[in-house]
Write a protein that binds this ligand. Structure first.
Ligand code: SAM
Length: 374
């Protein structure tokens, strides 16, 4: 499984820290992990048996398990992901799930027929991994299945002392005594997968898969074209003048050379991401784009986990737009990142719900963005 020149993708930005909010945003609407589905096929319908979704994130796999009749213990240390999960649990399934906000080290793992750890175990620090793995193995009920991923020692993040990486021979030690149903190594390919099972019909099982599908979204290269749909007529978003101005700006940037071309790509990626939104979201996103770029011309548009975002000279995202459709929310969101200077005493807002564009909203957005870059 591990080894090779693995990229550390999975949607976590490679900027020295795990950015789970962005990861969850990029995970919106994803399909359940194929390895989890394979484990479910192996075990049949849940019939109320217990599954643990360890490091469940925004909970897509927990929801899949519930839909397949499993009782689920969903564990994650990040309240933001758990909130997204809670919001999506159908009332009819609520009794079957326990959502536990706890670190791997703290979580009590009861006996379970299925333990899923989708791209989460490598985030356990090395000093805690042995204990965690021992508890996972103890929790696997006879005949149970583990499905999850590890990162290899050639992963691009392999130097990170806070994460755990395994060489092939170390994986074999971890799996000793388990029946292997699937064990795959991924290099640059997006999926590595496996399911392993303890020897004998009564033994627990274990499976190991690869990494998430792809890096979420990056700026698309190519000539600066406008969004495919005419946003002005469809959404009341960009005016013809604004479109022309953006095209000129992209042309200017490209003429500046390599650095400018990168910025033009960023701008194009933002326009593309806006063009893909549902009409109501697109209308808001277009006004946000126009307002942000006018209030803060020094910020460079680029996509951040597929969302329109605007970065400072250090490349740090200051402000981004999350469309309502991304998480089927009631509202879109204007979000500010750490680089935004909105500090106000010991507590201040960094996220704003956007429902409908108006002169008042425009003024507020412009003020916030101006303050953010001050
Ligand atoms: C890459 S995400 C994977 C989420 C989800 N399982 C998926 O497949 O998309 C890793 C998850 O592990 C959680 N996590 C990382 N370290 C953790 C720890 N020490 N204890 C509990 N959860 C942790 C993170 O909060 C994050 O939600």
């Amino acid at each position: 499984m591990p080894a090779g020149t693995d990229r550390h993708d999975g949607g976590v930005v490679d900027d020295g820290g795990a950015d789970w909010a962005g990861y969850y945003a990029s995970s919106a609407g994803r399909e359940p992990r194929p390895l989890l589905l394979a484990a479910c096929e192996e075990l049949g319908a849940g019939q109320g048996r217990l599954a643990i979704d360890l490091g469940c994130g925004e909970g897509t796999d927990t929801l899949e398990l519930l839909a397949r009749g499993w009782s689920v213990l969903a564990v994650d240390a990040e309240p933001a992901g758990l909130a997204l999960l809670r919001a999506r649990i159908p009332p009819s399934a609520a009794a079957g799930v326990r959502v536990l906000c706890a670190s791997f080290a703290e979580a009590n793992l009861p006996p379970a027929q299925l333990i899923h750890a989708g791209f989460s175990l490598p985030f356990c620090p090395p000093q805690g991994f042995g204990d965690l793995w021992a508890r996972i193995r103890r929790a696997l009920a006879p005949g149970g299945v583990f499905a999850g991923q590890l990162f290899g020692t050639h992963d691009t993040w392999a130097q990170d002392p806070d994460l755990t990486f395994h060489a092939r021979h170390q994986v074999e030690v971890l799996l000793d005594g388990l029946d292997i149903l699937r064990l795959e190594r991924l290099g640059r390919a997006p999926i590595r997968s496996g399911i392993e099972k303890r020897h004998g019909a009564a033994g627990p099982s274990l499976s190991v898969e690869g990494r998430p599908d792809t890096e979420p979204l990056s700026g698309k290269k190519g000539s600066p074209t406008m969004p495919a749909k005419n946003a002005t007529t469809e959404s009341g978003g960009f005016s013809a003048e604004e479109r022309a101005a953006m095209k000129s700006r992209a042309d200017e940037l490209r003429a500046e050379g390599k650095k400018g071309a990168k910025k033009a790509d960023g701008l194009q990626a933002v326009l593309d991401s806006i063009a893909e939104m549902a009409p109501e979201d697109r209308a808001l996103a277009e006004r946000v784009h126009v307002t942000v770029t006018a209030a803060a011309p020094g910020l460079s548009p680029k996509t951040w986990y597929g969302m329109p975002a605007y970065a400072n000279a250090d490349g740090k995202v200051v402000v981004f737009f999350q469309n309502a459709g991304k998480f089927s929310y009631r509202y879109s969101t204007l979000g500010f990142q750490d680089a935004a200077n909105l500090d106000d005493g010991d507590v201040w807002p960094v996220s704003y719900a956007l429902k409908k564009w108006s002169p008042t909203v425009e003024k507020k957005v412009a003020e916030l963005v101006t303050a953010a870059i001050s």
